[in-house]
Design a protein around this ligand. Structure first.
Ligand SMILES: Nc1nc2c(ncn2[C@@H]2O[C@H](COP(=O)(O)OP(=O)(O)O[C@H]3O[C@H](CO)[C@@H](O)[C@H](O)[C@@H]3O)[C@@H](O)[C@H]2O)c(=O)[nH]1
Ligand SMILES: [Mg+2]
Length: 196
């Protein structure tokens, strides 16, 4: 059901922090389902859009994943060299252009095709981030570079080629615990018969 924008009025905005990611505090008047106006205070992190991709090799029945250090995970006390699908910020590019660039920088794979699957909000309660999800069928011959990320941005990315069934096990045993990665691996498991 569509909800009218007129139920929400932004009363004031304050920038709490303006570093790598801007954090704003909003006061809004929100008309609830009973018609009563509630004045709410909400904080929003203005993360820019991103894209991620499942690289699946149908001949070898494997996926290409990347492993890198994630500070937020470390701060939470979880194992912080996270295994993920290749991903990156759009940096003002079209999502497909951006994911082709990120796949090359992070894994060294040149993509023949990149098929858009869906987009999703990763944390809509507080974060503006929208992630565009893609899939690409790859072959070992498409790996034309080392990958590993950009030295000038101090990216230190390990490239892993993992059989799809093993990757599925790694979700079950807790070795893979990144949301976008779990979503794409589950998509692969549901659609593998169409990809081979
Ligand atoms: N100076 C500075 N640089 C940063 C900061 N945070 C990230 N960077 C740099 O910004 C670049 C981001 O790399 P990308 O490959 O474009 O993005 P990503 O970190 O892989 O992001 C993807 O995964 C995230 C975690 O799941 C997602 O949050 C994000 O939306 C995207 O999907 C890296 O070079 C990283 O070092 C920061 O706070 N300060
Ligand atoms: Mg990345």
């Amino acid at each position: 059901m569509m909800q009218p924008k007129s139920r929400v009025k932004i009363v004031s905005t304050e920038t709490l922090s303006n570093g790598w990611t801007k954090l704003s505090s909003y006061l809004l008047d929100y008309i609830d389902r009973k018609g009563a106006t509630q004045r709410l205070k909400r904080e929003v992190y203005h993360r820019t859009p991103a894209a991620c991709i499942l690289l699946y090799d149908p001949k070898r029945d494997l996926v290409v994943l990347v492993r890198q250090f994630r500070l937020a995970v470390h701060i939470n006390g979880d194992p912080a060299w996270m295994i993920e699908v290749p991903a990156g910020l759009l940096d003002d590019d079209h999502p497909e252009q951006a994911i082709r660039r990120e796949a090359m920088e992070e894994t060294g794979y040149h993509l023949r095709d990149a098929r858009f699957l869906f987009k999703c909000y990763t944390s809509p309660g507080a974060i503006t981030e929208v992630v565009h999800f893609f899939v690409s069928l790859i072959d070992i011959a498409d790996r034309v570079a080392e990958g590993g990320g950009l030295d000038e941005e101090h990216e230190d990315i390990e490239v892993l080629e993992v059989p799809l069934d093993e990757a599925a096990q790694m979700i079950e045993n807790g070795e893979i615990f990144d949301a976008k990665t779990i979503m794409l691996l589950q998509w692969a498991l549901l659609n593998r018969h169409k990809l081979r």
